[in-house]
Write a protein that binds this ligand. Structure first.
Ligand SMILES: [Zn+2]
Length: 285
């Protein structure tokens, strides 16, 4: 009987090893919604970012009404969301009404964004402030960062300047407050740039010195690669991601960008570019 128990114990021990290593096997399912909107799913967490909008200034990809309804009603795969994040309040990232109705309908979902975005949404939806228990405001100064733990997800927000757009020598985006986020899902470090160009990264590094946070998957505005391989080399040298996901690609430029990605992949193979809304890919880290 004693030896039987020992054998049973040994069997249980060995059986538990693959189970344990399975737990440490980190995978991330990435579902493209539109523009810079994504649903991210790790082993136990789900995060939605920049997904609730229905206008694209006539140029950018927009989620379908069906997808927006599924998100609002928390229908799979949009059930059990742990966090909703917003990089900034441009219309191709944020509809005040959609964000408001989503948070109102899903009272257990925390909302991470900056003060300017909260004020903007509240300006359009008077009752928005009534949901303040769900707000997790992170408003770092320009080229600085701020952190919070939200629903057991560590979030670090970076004040990185929204890309500039000049008319009459005036930066039309001077006052647009963009936040880049670094957050951790089941040990996977995810960076989402929002709308920035390479100068924003360089300004941040100039002020703060060497980048120290590990990045597994970097969701990057495609314009960060305007100069191609040189920009890619800079990104690899600074944040050193294991995967890069291209985002904010105009539908009319899809094929041109796909060609560019093909070239960049010769330098860095782990680049993903999801072209159609609800395209999904799982990566193992
Ligand atoms: Zn923008």
């Amino acid at each position: 009987m004693k030896s039987f128990i020992i054998i049973l114990f040994v069997l249980l021990l060995f059986n538990s090893i693959p189970l344990y290593s399975q737990n440490s096997n980190k995978s991330l399912q990435i579902t493209y919604i539109a523009n810079e909107g994504f649903l991210l799913k790790s082993q136990t967490k789900k995060v939605l970012i920049d997904a609730l909008f229905n206008e694209g200034y006539g140029a950018f990809a927009v989620p379908s009404p069906e997808t927006l309804n599924n998100i609002r009603d928390a229908r799979p795969p949009f059930d059990s969301i742990n966090l909703y994040m917003l990089s900034h309040y441009h219309k191709d990232h944020c509809s005040s009404e959609l964000v408001y109705s989503y948070l109102k309908r899903n009272r257990n979902i925390p909302f991470v964004t900056s003060k300017p975005s909260l004020v903007f949404i509240n300006g359009n939806c008077f009752d928005f402030i009534l949901l303040k228990k769900q707000f997790y405001e992170l408003t770092p100064e320009l080229n600085a960062s701020a952190s919070k733990n939200v629903n057991n997800i560590p979030v670090k927000a970076f004040g990185l300047k929204h890309l500039s757009y000049y008319r009459d020598s005036i930066d039309m985006e001077e006052n647009m407050f963009n936040t880049s986020y670094l957050f951790q899902m089941d040990g996977i470090n995810i960076f989402h740039s929002g709308d920035i160009k390479i100068n924003a990264f360089k300004d941040y590094i100039d002020r703060n010195g060497k980048w120290s946070d590990p990045v597994d998957v970097a969701f990057l505005y495609y314009g960060l690669f305007d100069s191609g391989t040189a920009d890619l080399a800079y990104i690899i040298k600074t944040i050193n991601p294991r995967y890069i996901v291209f985002m904010h690609v105009l539908p009319k430029n899809t094929e041109a960008i796909a060609e560019k990605v093909k070239t960049l992949k010769m330098q860095f193979p782990n680049i993903l570019f999801l072209k159609n809304s609800m395209d999904s890919e799982t990566i193992n880290l």
